[in-house]
Design a binder for this molecule. Sequence first.
Ligand SMILES: C[S@@+](CC[C@H](N)C(=O)[O-])C[C@H]1O[C@@H](n2cnc3c(N)ncnc32)[C@H](O)[C@@H]1O
Length: 172
Amino acid sequence: MIYNPGEDSFLLAKYVKKYAKGKTLDIGTGSGILAEIALENTKDVLAVDINEEAVEYCKKKGINCVKSDLFSNIKGRFDVIIFNPPYLPKDGDEDDEIRIITTGGEKGYEIIERFIKESKNHLDRDGIILIVFSTLTGDVESLIKKYGYKFELLEEKSLFFEKLKVLKLTFI
Ligand SMILES: C[S@@+](CC[C@H](N)C(=O)[O-])C[C@H]1O[C@@H](n2cnc3c(N)ncnc32)[C@H](O)[C@@H]1O
């Protein structure tokens, strides 16, 4: 199963359009929607996903895409890293295919924490991270500070039971 772009994708897409440049990495690319928008600004876009089906789908569309668990298969540093992560807390009922797309862990922020921690080895000193998550995800802002980043809230959007937030991270 490949994630059908939703409100989170579209919200983040606005800022990918604004900020993507140079070497850009799209983590958890899914259908490739954000990588394709980044490609309008720069030719140097790498997309990755843990889901083989998404990787094959993006490759067929001509996107440079590899299978990777976050940064496990990535070398080098990037000017811009994009991530629309799985960010919801675990809900016992979902099946495995849906869980990998939507669930960030027991609390919801676990994948984001691993991402922020590992991103330090792959972001240029002057680079930026663009990330989207929800008020259901937990205190992501504290994690960001814990790992040596500062952030700017680019946009917040209210949905039925949650607010989505798009943040821009840079090194302190
Ligand atoms: C919410 S979807 C976002 C898809 C797309 N970027 C978009 O905005 O529509 C999250 C994506 O992250 C991928 N993913 C989940 N865990 C991952 C991991 N550890 N490493 C890489 N990708 C992962 C999922 O397979 C899924 O495609």
